[in-house]
Design a protein around this ligand. Structure first.
Ligand SMILES: *Cc1c(COP(=O)(O)O)cnc(C)c1O
Length: 388
């Protein structure tokens, strides 16, 4: 019997779309040219890279030349934050971020603090929502950069980026957002968001791992972090990951094809899972904003249980979910995101994130609604925290 897998961890990574693999394969086989070479094989690789860049740029409503390929969301965040910080040191040394950022942002900020930068970590409300007023209050004359996430990976809350960018624009401060989770899940154009820098990653949208991009608005002063050849307009040296870039372009094309319909289907399945679990299990708490939330994300606090124990038992039934983010799991540290939201500790420790995707079916959700309440009931009977 084939073991059943219900994959509900799309915020950690997504399966590669078969069409993406197909599009990549020629560039891993006979189309192996270096895009910088002038003969036909090189030009064919160059054309593929530039075609992918056009597709991604078009989806964001920007010019192709404002997009630089990187090795993923982490590198894009490093490039944006360190690049701006180092290039604008003479103007000021203050950076504003939030307490609920991805570790790739928080750890960059901590590193910059060691180099003499000052960082303000903004609070969020109980839904994980940032307050534009708090950004305004945190700005000082030394502030050179505001870096925030568009949507949170753990709870799915969508932040008020447009309102914040009105403030940063008025004060002429660079604004970077980590859009790794929002891209391909909610519609947006960069001009509407009003940001100067924006990070993307392919493997969260059914593309390959190890490829991403950074949008850099014209005129933004930032240093390259990777020095070497003249690739990517000297902003990111190194021979391009041609197959990865082609795969990224294909993934973007696919994710926006029939976008509304796919998004509503995922939202319907997420809501069914949420409503079904809430109706069948006592003492569970939805975490994150009730409406301003990614349509695929569900974070539930199972009070008086350990999230890790729930995960192990879900895994035995073939259900893949997570506690916190993929990067922090295994550390046993309670989620910094849920802590910043002020969620009570007995709910945090039992928090589990389910993140849905395009391949999930209603039948899989029905299976979860059958299996998960039984698991929770059994674990609660054994729970040392409280008798049920
Ligand atoms: C996954 C993720 C990243 C990191 O992207 P990689 O391509 O895996 O380096 C950054 N930020 C957020 C919000 C993410 O979810």
């Amino acid at each position: 019997m084939v073991e059943r897998i219900v994959y509900l961890d799309h915020n950690a990574t997504t399966p590669l779309a078969p069409e993406v693999l197909e599009a990549m394969l020629p560039y891993l086989k006979d189309k192996y040219g270096n895009p910088s070479s002038i003969y036909k094989k090189g030009r064919e690789a160059r054309e593929a890279v530039e075609k992918a860049r056009r597709i991604i740029a078009l989806s964001l409503g920007i010019a192709s030349e404002d997009l630089v390929f990187t090795s993923g969301g982490t590198e894009s965040n490093n490039f944006a934050i360190k690049g701006v910080a180092l290039a604008n040191k003479c103007k000021g040394n203050h950076i504003i971020t939030s307490k609920i950022e991805h570790l790739s942002v928080l750890n960059i900020c901590q590193f910059l603090e060691r180099l003499g930068f000052e960082v303000t970590y903004l609070d969020v409300d109980k839904y994980g929502m940032m307050d534009p007023e708090s950004v305004k209050k945190a700005i000082k004359k030394e502030t050179i950069l505001v870096t925030l996430m568009h949507a949170n990976n753990e709870v799915g809350t969508i932040e008020p980026i447009e309102e914040i960018s009105r403030i940063t624009r008025e004060r002429e401060i660079y604004f970077h957002i980590d859009a790794v989770q929002s891209f391909g899940k909610i519609p947006f154009k960069i001009e509407d968001l009003g940001v100067d820098l924006l990070s993307l990653s392919a493997h969260k949208i059914y593309g390959p791992k190890g490829i991403g991009a950074l949008y850099i608005r014209k005129g933004v002063n930032l240093f390259p972090l990777q020095h070497g050849g003249h690739q990517e307009r000297k902003l990111r040296a190194g021979t391009e990951n041609v197959a990865g870039i082609v795969g990224f372009g294909k993934a973007v094309e696919l994710v926006f094809d029939n976008f509304e319909k796919k998004r509503e289907r995922i939202r319907y399945l997420r809501d069914k899972l949420e409503g079904g679990l809430m109706a069948r299990i006592e003492n569970i708490y939805p975490i994150g904003h009730p409406t301003l939330r990614l349509p695929n994300t569900l974070n539930l606090g199972f009070a008086y249980l350990e999230g890790e124990t729930i995960l192990i038992n879900l895994d035995l039934k073939g259900i893949c979910a997570s506690v916190g983010s993929a990067c922090t799991s295994g550390s046993l540290e309670p989620s910094h995101v849920l802590k910043a939201m002020g969620i009570p500790s007995e709910v945090i420790q039992g928090a589990v994130r389910f993140s849905l995707g395009e391949t999930n079916t209603e039948e899989e959700i029905d299976y979860c609604l059958e299996v998960i309440p039984a698991i929770v009931k059994r674990l609660r009977r054994m729970s040392p925290f409280k008798n049920h």
